[in-house]
Every structure is written in structure tokens, then in C-alpha cells.
Design a protein around this ligand. Structure first.
Ligand code: ATP
Length: 312
């Protein structure tokens, strides 16, 4: 596989504490990679190390096939765009003028300003003063700035923080378009699994500086099969009966004091379920209630890693 970023044993220590610990990330090229973790997990520190803004205590960062070192740092960084902290703008200048200044500072052709404004859908308001922009527009301008010079890779640290739902939606759609339309790799961090779920193909989950999970989102979802839960008059006898019929079933408890014993089954087709119900009723077991449920991504994550992380 082709990787846009790989980190090898990447560590950062602050005041004697490892805040990023032996991180081995593998970020495939041409996708949106969601870098997830609760506040303080070490996401920003990791991204800053990728951008050479923070010096690793140990380990290495490989970007677009090159292991970053003092000699090649500037060449490597010229291939990356980033939005790490809230961008600062000149409010009395237009979005376009702000980008032109950024282009000059970056040594990028000013022609790329129009293209960047187009990608983030700000071309209509490019000549408006930034002080009149909404927060969402300012954030899109920040992404436009990251896009100057057509980088192959962009790093966005919590780009939807503080935005209203409409602004979040705009940024999300914009991020999803970047790999498809422009062949870019996007590394986007968030503390919200639900948000990453809507835009990333690959995810890495970090907590207390350690990588807990890295895989495609499909793998998480593959574990999220729906299941059926039956409340019956005699759960134990129902379980035995279904086992006899080779229906994979199990018992679990629910309710306020966990007093209700529930029969859980994998999702069945209509005809399979009607067969199960017929067997129970024929055996004089009453079925009071049937519910369908789907595991939340947090639950799946807990099953996979044995660790509970608050990502909602
Ligand atoms: N310059 C610094 N000096 C000392 N400690 C730091 C420094 N920068 C970050 N830390 C600590 O490192 C840990 C990871 O911080 P980091 O900002 O990377 O987390 P994060 O996952 O990006 O979370 P958030 O979204 O809250 O920024 C935190 O405990 C933080 O206090």
C-alpha cells in the first residue's frame, strides 16, 4: 500500500511525561483519515510533529515517501497544507487579499488563490472583507489557505470546532470532496466519532498518547451488525429450544435493576424470524416484545479494544 504518512515509534515527552507514546500510524494515500481521540489525547502534538512544529523526543515521521529530517524538512513541508490552530486574518482585507498575502509568504503562485477559493466555495465572496465572514466561512478560508499550491496532503486539526451545524456540514462535504476530486490525502482530527464516521474511510484512535485502533471504518462497521432482542415468558427454556434448532441465541439482562432476562439473536430474515416465533409459541412460550438494535460505534470500539473512550 502507498502511504501518505507513516510514523515510526513516534514519541513526545513533556515535563517527563510521554504525551505521545510509540505511535506507529499508517495513513494511506488518497483517503480521508480520521484521527480520533478525546481532548488531551495527543492529536495536535502528533500533527505538529508531522509538520516539524514540535520536535519528537523519539521516533520518525515519513511523509510522501520521505523520512523527515533537518535537511529535507522544507521540501517535505512544501508538499503539505495545514490548518492546525484557529487561523488569524486581516479582517479589513478581503478573503482573496488574505490568501494573496499567504501565497506570497508561502512562495506559491498567486494564481492558485482563485482555485483555492473555488474549491472551498468562497469565490462569490472572495472580495468581501473577512470581518464580515461567518465563522464557517473563516474556517473555509483557513482550508483554502492550506490548499494554496495544490498540496498532495493536508492536515486539519479539529476543523469543525465551534461551528454551527450548517458550517459543520459544509466543512464535512468539502473534506470528502478533496480525495475524490483532487486526489489529495486528508488527515483530519476530531474528538467526535460520529463526525469522523461521516467523512473518513480510515481511522486511527488515540488515547493518552497511545494508538488504540487503526483500520478502515468498514472494520468498525462490520462489527455493528444489528441484533434482535425478544422478551419472553420463559427465557431459559426459549434459549434451550432455539439451541436445539441451531439458532445462535444468548441471554442478557436489561431493565432498571437488570431483572429482565432478554433473549438475543443475530438479525434474521423475515422467514427465519417467523420460524423462530412459531417454534416458541408452539412450545407455549409467550413472546411479549421484539426489538431490533444496533451497537453504537463506541460499543464496538469497546469490544474491539477492551477500552472505553468518550468520543461523543
Ligand atoms: N507545549 C506543551 N507543554 C506541555 N504539555 C503539553 C504541551 N502541548 C501539549 N501538552 C500536553 O500534551 C497532551 C496532549 O495534548 P494535545 O494538545 O496534543 O492533545 P489533543 O488530543 O490535540 O487534545 P485537544 O483537542 O484538547 O487539543 C495534553 O496533556 C497537553 O496538556
Amino acid at each position: 500500500m502507498n502511504y501518505a504518512i507513516q510514523t515510526k515509534n513516534l514519541c513526545k515527552e513533556y515535563k517527563g511525561e510521554l504525551r505521545v507514546s510509540h505511535l506507529n500510524l499508517n495513513i494511506p494515500s488518497g483517503c480521508v483519515y480520521g484521527f480520533l481521540g478525546p481532548n488531551g489525547a495527543g492529536k495536535s502534538t502528533t500533527m505538529k510533529m508531522m509538520l516539524g512544529l514540535v520536535k519528537p523526543t523519539d521516533g520518525a515521521v515519513r511523509i510522501l515517501g520521505k523520512t523527515m529530517n533537518e535537511k529535507n524538512r522544507l521540501t517535505v513541508l512544501s508538499m503539505i497544507g495545514s490548518l492546525i490552530e484557529s487561523p488569524a486574518y486581516y479582517g479589513h482585507l478581503s478573503g482573496r487579499e488574505n490568501l494573496e498575502i499567504a501565497a506570497t509568504l508561502k512562495g506559491v503562485n498567486k494564481k492558485s488563490v482563485s482555485h483555492a477559493l473555488e474549491i472551498v466555495h468562497l469565490n462569490d465572496v472572495g472580495n468581501k472583507k473577512v470581518k464580515h465572514y461567518s465563522l464557517g466561512m473563516k474556517q473555509r478560508l483557513g482550508i483554502a489557505c492550506a490548499l494554496l499550491g495544490n498540496p498532495k496532503l493536508i492536515l486539519l486539526d479539529e476543523p469543525t470546532n465551534g461551528l454551527d451545524p450548517a458550517g459543520i456540514q459544509e466543512i464535512r462535504q468539502l473534506i470528502c470532496r478533496l480525495p475524490k476530486q483532487y486526489g489529495m490525502t486528508v488527515l483530519v482530527s476530531s474528538h467526535l466519532l460520529s463526525e469522523i464516521d461521516q467523512m473518513a474511510a480510515e481511522i486511527g484512535i488515540i488515547d493518552h498518547g497511545e494508538l488504540l485502533f487503526e483500520n478502515s471504518l468498514h472494520v468498525l462497521h462490520a462489527h455493528s451488525q444489528e441484533s434482535l432482542h425478544l422478551r419472553t415468558s420463559e427465557p431459559k427454556r426459549a434459549l434451550a429450544l432455539l439451541k436445539e434448532k441451531h439458532v445462535p441465541a444468548s441471554l442478557s439482562t436489561s431493565g432498571p435493576d437488570r431483572r429482565d432476562t432478554i433473549l438475543s439473536l443475530p438479525m434474521l430474515s423475515d422467514s427465519e424470524l417467523s420460524g423462530v416465533l412459531r417454534a416458541l409459541i408452539t412450545d407455549h412460550i409467550e413472546v411479549f416484545r421484539i426489538e431490533e438494535s444496533k451497537k453504537s460505534l463506541e460499543d464496538i470500539f469497546l469490544d474491539l479494544t477492551g477500552r472505553s473512550v468518550c468520543l461523543s
